[in-house]
Design a protein around this ligand. Structure first.
Ligand code: SF4
Length: 251
């Protein structure tokens, strides 16, 4: 599909998704032609989406990137969620050879030393596995919300991702954190216990700290870096090719 046609489809989808509730948005995408993949980090937003997929038995694949550096609480939540909703969450791991190359060049925790080293680690532990998870997919569902950071303030419901050749769907784009929390409580959705210990956004253990009152939701991610727009590259359009060569075709 050309970039132009991807953008046209994303724009039309965006308009259709806007007036629907969460289950309606997901059902719409599940009913489209082509594979739909939801990648979950097991964060609170993603748990809301997983629950809706499971409860409504929607034809959407659920996948997670098991980076090898996750919190134990996050790993435990994968199985707990599978049992709660009778679904399978497909795990994607980094390649052993990629990790060995990274460790040889930067050291196991080399990501603290430079932005380049950090991007390289996210490249091998997240971006390459993500490329495998999305291979052949037409729709990529995420838990991005406009309120998560200034960087995400204009998140649409549907957007073209020409680099990956698909359309990204953000069905919680207009939900705020209070609505998310109320929904989780009302539906008794299992969530990561770290959220109650000051971690609104949870990534890999060595790269996530609890935030202080008043800090932005994602302030605890890669906290030692100064760039306020720091991301792991999953949701930055040009990241896949700029961070790791051939990432978009990595399998
Ligand atoms: S978040 Fe940290 S440990 Fe995880 S892949 Fe990125 S740099 Fe590596």
């Amino acid at each position: 599909m050309t970039t132009q046609s991807l953008e046209a489809e994303a724009k039309a989808l965006n308009d259709r998704l806007e007036s629907l509730d969460l289950a309606g948005r997901l059902a719409l995408v599940a009913g489209l032609e082509g594979r739909a993949v939801f990648t979950t980090s097991l964060g609170i937003e993603d748990q809301v989406i997983t629950a809706a997929i499971g409860i409504n038995r929607l034809d959407i694949e659920v996948a997670t990137l098991k980076t090898g550096r996750l919190f134990n609480e996050t790993v435990a939540l994968i199985e707990e969620t599978e049992e709660a909703y009778d679904i399978r969450i497909k795990r994607y791991h980094p390649e052993k050879a990629d990790i060995e190359t990274y460790v040889a060049q930067y050291g196991m925790n080399g990501f603290y030393e430079s932005v380049e080293a950090r991007h390289a680690c996210c490249g091998v532990r997240k971006l390459r596995p993500l490329a495998r998870a999305l291979e052949g997919a037409s729709y990529w569902i995420t838990g991005l919300r406009r309120g998560q950071s200034g960087n995400r303030a204009t998140t649409p419901f549907a957007e073209a991702d020409p680099e990956r050749g698909l359309i990204k769907i953000n069905p919680l784009a207009d939900w705020d954190i209070e609505t998310i929390r109320a929904h989780v409580a009302a539906e008794a959705i299992p969530v990561n216990p770290l959220h109650d210990r000051g971690y609104p956004s949870i990534g890999c253990e060595p790269c996530t700290r609890a935030i202080k009152p008043g800090e932005p939701e994602r302030a605890g991610r890669w906290w030692w870096e100064n760039d306020e727009k720091r991301e792991c590259g999953l949701h930055v359009a040009e990241a896949a090719s700029s961070i790791i060569p051939n990432a978009s075709s990595a399998a």
